[in-house]
Design a protein around this ligand. Structure first.
Ligand SMILES: NC(=O)c1ccc[n+]([C@@H]2O[C@H](COP(=O)([O-])OP(=O)(O)OC[C@H]3O[C@@H](n4cnc5c(N)ncnc54)[C@H](OP(=O)(O)O)[C@@H]3O)[C@@H](O)[C@H]2O)c1
Length: 277
């Protein structure tokens, strides 16, 4: 073990673009925490990294359960190596016409793609803050649908595309809100659309013909994790390598406040800002 290595947790790094960036970062000297549900796939990624002389370990957790998110955060804390970057990348795509529920009874894409990352970030915040210039990167999408606060769990008019796009905008609204909260602290939060229809399991399952490579999307995520030019910059949304604007709801203070209140309520945590008042 090399003491001066930085540590990164990448959710959903047993497959797709998450696995790609994990292998790239490990090759550059990062200590990588590989995460997914499938231990065999996770151990295979760890094995490949170790064979190349890198450092990695696998932590399994199904993000459709908030209890498993908490266990994952506990395991990262127990690891004791600090945390310099957190990439909330795990996700499920648009496929499937039937509305599904998480273990906690929430609409599944909202739970896995957004709420799990919200809770994981909140639980790991003390670790991120105790490091030096830690970075949070939320892997969202150009597919964005405003959050319907009257029916966040999509009990009416459900479609997989709508659920996916709402969950992805929720990640972006969260990023903007978090960046504002972290403004006086040494942690940044940014988000992105990595690339359009990369050749990954998620895209193949949706029946769409891939038009980008994981290398293209991976480069965009790596930029947010490592770029010196982005040091200290926070609350940004990128499409690929370019900084741009997300859906207008991401800049709506009222939407941020409502999503924040709802999210703390759903995960059963106290809002540190409200608690301080
Ligand atoms: N592909 C694209 O073109 C594209 C475009 C825009 C945004 N994105 C975003 O990029 C991210 C990565 O997508 P990808 O295309 O690389 O997808 P992918 O190849 O399907 O990989 C998804 C990863 O998420 C994990 N995951 C899924 N459900 C999980 C759950 N319930 N609990 C824990 N882990 C879970 C999977 O782990 P298992 O091994 O356990 O299945 C896998 O490691 C996603 O957030 C996606 O929305 C992708």
């Amino acid at each position: 073990m090399t003491a001066n290595r930085k540590t990164i947790l990448i959710t959903g790094s047993t497959d797709g673009v998450g696995r790609y960036i994990a292998e790239r970062l490990a090759a550059r000297g990062w200590r990588t925490i590989i995460h997914g549900r499938d231990r065999a796939r996770g151990e295979a990624v760890v094995g490949r990294i170790m064979k190349q002389g890198g450092e990695a370990r696998f932590l399994g957790a199904d993000l459709s359960s908030l209890a498993e998110v908490r266990s994952l955060a506990d395991a990262v804390r127990r690891d004791g190596d600090g945390l310099d970057a957190l990439v909330n990348n795990a996700g499920i795509g648009t496929s499937g016409a039937q509305r599904e529920l998480s273990a906690d009874g929430f609409e599944l894409r909202f739970a896995v793609n957004y709420l799990a990352g919200f809770l994981l970030t909140r639980l790991l915040m003390p670790m991120l803050e105790s490091g030096k210039s830690a970075r949070i990167v939320n892997v969202a999408s150009a597919g964005q649908q405003p959050i319907d606060f009257s029916d966040v769990m999509l009990t009416h008019g459900y479609s997989g595309v709508r659920a996916y796009c709402q969950s992805k905008l929720a990640q972006i609204v969260f990023t903007m809100d978090l960046a504002k909260e972290l403004a006086v602290r040494d942690v940044t939060a940014n988000c992105l659309h990595p690339a359009t229809y990369m050749d990954t399991t998620m895209v193949r399952l949706s029946g769409v013909q891939p038009i980008s490579t994981v290398e293209q999307g991976g480069a965009a995520i790596l930029q947010l994790i490592e770029s010196e030019a982005l040091a200290g910059r926070s609350g940004l949304y990128f499409s690929g390598m370019q900084e741009t604007r997300a859906d207008r709801q991401a800049y709506d203070e009222d939407a941020r406040r409502r999503l924040r209140a709802l999210s703390f309520d759903l995960v059963g945590l106290a809002d540190p800002l409200t608690a301080r008042v």
